[in-house]
Design a protein around this ligand. Structure first.
Ligand code: FAD
Ligand code: AMP
Length: 473
């Protein structure tokens, strides 16, 4: 006999586990099925984000940033340490401990919210029947009134360049190197390539990023991308644009990579190769004759409220359209749980912040200048460099700028772009302003504490109207 639930969530990443918690909060009898197990073989909900994505990458970025600053910035403060060294095993162990703490925390949240958690693979059948092939063996049958599909994504593999998890790795492999490679090749200068490339570069690897596109970080605003590229170059990251990787083979413990570059075919040699060319929706084993439609990119097709074509079946997170970001999936999860409970759940896909946790950090929300030009929207731009902030100088981290784009007529904020220290935190203010349909004038009239980096946001908003105080207008 199948166990009955109001809501069954398949996938326990940031989309699925958050949906399950919100559904349970709203009094719905909820189950969450997730098949992931941690490095110790024990159940580890939290999906890509907690296990092999957002969190472990940030843990390594922080460790490697300390090491890099120790070597390159502390001397300015008068601090010197002779022969600093880093123990990669300790660094990876610290990362693993953080992951374990968080995945354990989710299991506690499941218990606290009386959510039934099944560690196994869930498959949706007709009429919202769900079977779970349990990791411990055996099968469990569930019957749901509503099913939320949150199966996430997996790395894209380049045909002919298979992952071997030793020499040619994906994000998972690059988060677990047992030593710093001498020469690391990275295919794709996107978010993941830049973050993981930075980690190993800061620890002493010679890192070469191979990017097929002619422009660096084409999704970001051009001024921000240019400043970031300059800083990455200074740090020793080699970014080769217009370099399409054709083949890679492993021979004698080396990876030979053939690229089609500006000057024709070229062969490069690395100790390790990280393939970071994006991710694709993952639905293997998820749908059995359930009638749920996929789109032409293999994503679960949903409407503006995350409904699939099957009544009572919803889909959220990386498995559906929209940016592949943890917070986007989580907010979709909350909105869907609220809709199921009869509340007005909603998510605004236009105000989702993007963050790249490099040094300097890069963050943005809304439109870029190029997008506004292409759409024929009249705008005014204001900007402010961190080099003109007292706090940035005091921190010894005054690289970068804030740029605000506002509608020329209404002054509504259309986009905010930041490259610099703590951009990941500073962008939140701009998201709030945009979500409240705020104007550059609104930001300009808000009192910002002194001395803070947020004063650069304030001054950029003032500069939209050419009345910034600490820069020439
Ligand atoms: P996932 O996190 O992929 O979770 C899906 C879960 O469902 C997985 O545990 C999977 O095993 C399970 N599953 C799949 N099918 C089934 C099934 N049939 N039965 C049972 N379980 C199933 N995003 C950010 O916002 N910020 C960042 O800083 C960031 N950094 C990243 C760094 C890296 C290296 C990577 C790879 C990604 C990063 N991301 C980041 C992206 C982020 O990880 C994803 O957007 C997010 O994890 C998507 O959440 P999700 O719940 O949709 O899917
Ligand atoms: P992201 O989408 O942020 O994960 O970035 C992935 C990056 O990989 C994009 O900038 C792509 O242009 C790049 N890319 C995809 N395929 C290749 C390839 N074969 N060679 C080099 N770069 C690639």
């Amino acid at each position: 006999m199948a166990e009955q639930f109001d809501v069954v969530v398949i996938g326990g990443g940031p989309a699925g586990y958050v949906a399950a918690i919100r559904a349970a909060q709203l009094g719905l009898k909820t189950a969450c099925i997730d098949k992931h197990t941690g490095k110790d073989g024990k159940p580890a909900p939290g999906g890509t984000c907690l296990n092999v994505g957002c969190i472990p990458s940030k843990a390594l970025l922080d460790s490697s940033k300390h090491f890099h600053h120790l070597q390159h910035q502390y001397a300015d403060h008068g601090i010197s340490v002779k022969n600093p060294s880093i123990d990669v095993t300790t660094m990876i162990g610290r990362k693993d401990k953080i992951v374990k703490q968080l995945t354990g925390g989710i299991q506690q949240l499941f218990k606290a919210n009386k959510i039934s958690y099944f560690n196994g693979t869930g498959t949706l059948h007709r009429d919202k029947a769900v079977s779970v092939a349990l990791n411990d063996g055996g099968e469990q049958q569930l019957q749901a009134k509503h099913v939320i599909l949150a199966s996430g994504s997996v790395p894209i593999e380049i045909p002919g360049i298979p992952y071997d998890n030793e020499y040619i790795v994906d994000n998972e492999g690059a988060l677990d190197f047992d030593h710093t490679p001498k020469r690391l090749g990275v295919i794709g200068a996107g978010v993941i390539g830049l973050e993981l490339g930075s980690v190993w570069s800061r620890l002493g690897a010679e890192v070469v990023l191979l990017e097929a596109l002619p422009d660096f970080l084409a999704a970001a605003d051009i001024d921000i991308a240019r400043q970031a590229a300059r800083e990455f170059k200074k740090q020793g990251l080699e970014i080769r644009l217009g370099s399409l990787v054709k083949r890679a083979t492993v021979s004698d413990g080396q990876v030979l990579v053939v690229i089609d570059g500006k000057d024709g075919e070229e062969q490069l040699t690395f100790d390790k190769l990280l393939v970071a060319v994006g991710r694709k929706a993952y639905t293997d084993g998820l749908l059995d004759e359930a009638g749920v439609e996929l789109d032409d990119r293999g994503r679960i097709r949903v409407d503006g409220h995350n409904r699939t074509n099957v009544d009572g079946v919803w889909a959220i997170g990386d498995a559906v359209r929209g940016p592949m970001l943890a917070h986007k999936g989580s907010e979709e999860g909350i909105a869907v749980a609220e809709l199921i409970a009869g509340l007005p759940g909603h998510i605004n896909l236009d105000t989702i912040p993007w963050v790249i946790y490099t040094d300097p950090e890069i963050a943005w929300v809304g439109k870029t200048e190029a997008e506004l030009k292409a759409a024929g929207i009249e705008y005014r731009a204001g900007s402010f460099p961190f080099a003109a902030t007292g706090r940035g100088l005091a921190m010894g981290d005054a690289v970068g700028m804030v740029k605000i784009l506002a509608d020329a007529g209404s002054d509504a904020i259309l986009g905010a772009h930041i490259v610099g220290a703590n951009a990941s935190e500073l962008i939140a203010e701009c998201v709030v302003a945009m979500e409240f349909h705020g104007s550059a004038e609104d930001l300009a009239r808000i009192v910002h504490a002194h001395p803070t980096l947020s004063e650069a946001v304030h001054e950029a908003a003032l500069h939209v109207d050419r009345r910034a105080i600490h820069r020439a207008n």
